[in-house]
Design a protein around this ligand. Structure first.
Ligand SMILES: Cc1cc2nc3c(=O)[nH]c(=O)nc-3n(C[C@H](O)[C@H](O)[C@H](O)COP(=O)(O)OP(=O)(O)OC[C@H]3O[C@@H](n4cnc5c(N)ncnc54)[C@H](O)[C@@H]3O)c2cc1C
Ligand SMILES: [Zn+2]
Length: 616
């Protein structure tokens, strides 16, 4: 008889946690390395689970892959650790229990920390060594990223006919991180060839039972469930779980009622939990029919307010559009800022862009000031959002707040790192990259939070992303743009450009993209300002001609300003025929300069319109 054959008629008990058990024994080094250093300890744990009633145990190889072992400098030991892990488990099982070779998910919520190619490479390596030891099946567990699991399952299915168990991990009841409903996920996994589909880790029995209530008994696979002991608690600097064996015994009955046939435990569980479940389920046959609970996910689109202007990405597709950056002040007091916002509004800008603590220095919160100008000046705020100052919780709360305040224009950027700003020792959070943040906002627009939970409403953010053309290889920067588009960016805003040639070059490199681009133009204010930008701002070089022009008027502040404006106007002339979007950056709150440039652009628009009219 084989594992799958047994599951046709029986419920099989699996083992519980390995990692947290070792941790509770005081071990905090690499758990998988113990396969080499202390195989007795691992074998004893397997034996304790077998003794408790487990008929299926898993190898101690959860994190025995190249990227995870590399954290301990053990990346060259993938082969030895996996082979040893399989041998220890088989030795403990003595052919009386099945041994699954465990491979854990790599990506948690940060998608871009590691590429899929790297994940595939490391997976193939681990899979190869586990299969070489003639184990009874493969256990793919703790997958938060459904794409990752599907990709790896497809690879494994081609490599082996042995049973494959796929366990996903959920943050929320019944739904995966990308919003896929659990029942749909199981169907997809079945189609890709999983023999057993289920849940493990992160949630305890309560949330797992509620998740399984929404899932029919699979037709072409078996259902597995490996709950954590409880939600974790943080005590004295350690994660601890409740010990609750009798609760597990009761839960085992409910898992059976939900159609589970392979039942084990994950973090925080011990042989006592497994023993309690094995005892309770002894002699009970699995069920094949159940009533499925349907809990519809309700996501409503919010009605558009009747006076709503179109999002910037629409506006800029159809006509020239000017947006202006006016940085929130570094000191308290916003009167000059408000004057500027009003003047720019009167000059006819489409939005005022508000940086998020640019150059990593604290400024008045851009959402606070954005809300004020929206209400008092009736100008559209475009809120920059960096990944530097907020973790995944803060970012989501921020987005919900912006939506609630009706501020729908956002720019998603990584953010200048703290070390370049006023507080070099402050943490740069970077839970998400700019790509992840763009994807998150797109997911919000579908009404789904990062963890897959319904937000109750869809947001309607218009998503801008940053484009830095001041790099040596523009081709590579354009590849990043393409990736940002695939994540959900609606349009781009560039760093300031200072040469007509560069503007043309940007056009040539991006003309294949359908995504609109706002070209950044920041007027120079003085020869010193020009020198600073040329010598100290990474990636930006000013031509000798521009620097000579600014130097020639260095004695006269007014003439300097006029020369700065004149240079900016030439750049606008170069950009105007190639791009609809112009992004003006106000230097040092000198909004008179960006007002002048906005008027200049509108005058060009008028002249062009007249010309078109005259020419019919
Ligand atoms: C319009 C605009 C507004 C901005 N507003 C703010 C703000 O309000 N607050 C703030 O703190 N910062 C702001 N920045 C700065 C921005 O966060 C950083 O300059 C950032 O590195 C560039 O944009 P991104 O975050 O989308 O970078 P990404 O494209 O995500 O790049 C992130 C990292 O990758 C590197 N990288 C980028 N391109 C390449 C390439 N071609 N090859 C190799 N590596 C590359 C970069 O060095 C960077 O560290 C803004 C930038 C722009 C263009
Ligand atoms: Zn776990």
């Amino acid at each position: 008889m084989g594992l799958l054959e047994d599951l046709k008629t029986q419920i099989l008990i699996a083992d519980g946690a390995m990692g947290t058990l070792l941790y509770s024994h005081g071990i905090s080094s690499c758990f998988e390395e113990l396969n080499l250093l202390n195989n007795d300890e691992i074998q004893k744990i397997h034996e304790a689970y077998l003794q408790a009633g487990a008929k299926i145990i898993q190898t101690n190889t959860y994190g025995a892959n190249y990227p995870k072992l590399a954290r301990y400098g053990l990346e060259e030991s993938v082969k030895e650790i996996n082979i040893a892990g399989a041998r220890i488990a088989k030795k403990a099982a003595k052919d009386k229990a099945y041994v699954l070779g465990t491979i854990g998910g790599i990506r948690s919520f940060k998608k871009n920390t590691i590429s899929m190619d790297e994940i595939k490479r490391s997976f193939r390596e681990q899979l190869f060594y586990l299969l070489s030891e003639n184990i009874d099946g493969i256990l793919l567990e703790t997958f938060y990223d459904f794409e990752e699991l599907k990709t790896l399952l497809s690879i494994a299915r081609k490599e082996t006919n042995k049973p494959i168990v796929t366990n996903v991990s959920l943050h929320e009841i019944g739904v995966l991180q990308d919003g896929t409903h659990l029942s749909d996920a199981f169907l997809e996994l079945e189609e890709l060839g999983a023999d057993i589909v289920g849940l493990n880790c992160r949630l305890g029995p309560y949330h797992m039972i509620r998740s399984l209530e929404e899932v029919p008994v699979p037709k072409h696979s078996f259902l597995s469930v490996y709950p954590n002991a409880s939600l974790p608690d943080y005590r004295d600097g350690r994660l601890v779980y409740e010990t609750n064996e009798s609760y597990f015994a009761e839960s085992a009955i409910k898992f059976r009622e939900q159609g589970a046939r392979l039942i084990g435990g994950c973090c925080g569980t011990s042989p006592k939990h497994i023993e309690a479940m094995a005892r309770t389920l002894k002699g009970l046959r699995p069920i094949s029919e159940k009533i499925v609970k349907h809990r519809p996910i309700e996501v409503n689109s919010i009605p558009e307010p009747s006076d709503a202007t179109p999002p910037l990405y629409e506006t800029v597709k159809h006509r020239h559009s000017v947006i202006v950056e006016l940085d929130p002040p570094k000191k308290l007091g916003i009167s000059r800022f408000l004057e500027g916002a009003k003047a720019l509004k009167e000059a006819g800008i489409d939005a005022l862009t508000l940086a998020d603590n640019s150059l990593a220095s604290p400024r008045i919160s851009n959402s606070a000031i954005g809300s004020i100008i929206k209400q008092e000046v009736n100008v559209k705020p475009l809120i920059h959002i960096t990944c530097r100052d907020r973790n995944l919780i803060g970012l989501q709360s921020h987005l919900m707040g912006l939506h609630t305040l009706g501020m729908n224009e956002v720019l998603a950027v990584t953010g200048d790192p703290s070390k370049i700003g006023d507080f070099p020792g402050a943490t740069s959070v970077y839970d998400l990259s700019s790509f992840d943040l763009i994807s998150l906002i797109k997911q919000f627009n579908e009404g789904i939070s990062y963890s897959g939970k319904s937000l109750g409403q869809k947001t309607n953010f218009s998503i801008a992303a940053a484009f830095n053309p001041n790099v040596r290889h523009l081709d590579k920067a354009v590849l990043r743009l393409e990736k940002k588009i695939s994540c959900g960016a609606h349009y781009f805003i560039t760093q300031p450009l200072y040469s007509e040639n560069q503007i043309l070059e940007v056009y040539e490199h991006t003309k294949h993209l359908k995504t609109p681009i706002y070209i950044g133009i920041m007027p120079l204010t003085s020869a010193r300002n020009a020198d600073f930008i040329h010598h100290e701002v990474p990636g930006i070089t000013l031509s000798q001609t521009i620097r000579d022009r600014m130097n020639a008027v260095s004695h006269d502040p007014l003439a300097s300003e006029l020369e700065g404006l004149s240079i900016a106007k030439s750049l606008i002339d170069a950009a105007y025929d190639l791009f609809n979007g112009i992004y003006l950056i106000t230097p040092f709150l000198r909004y008179e300069m960006t007002v002048e440039l906005t008027k200049y652009i509108h005058a060009k628009q008028l002249v062009n319109a007249e010309r078109r009219f005259i020419n019919g």
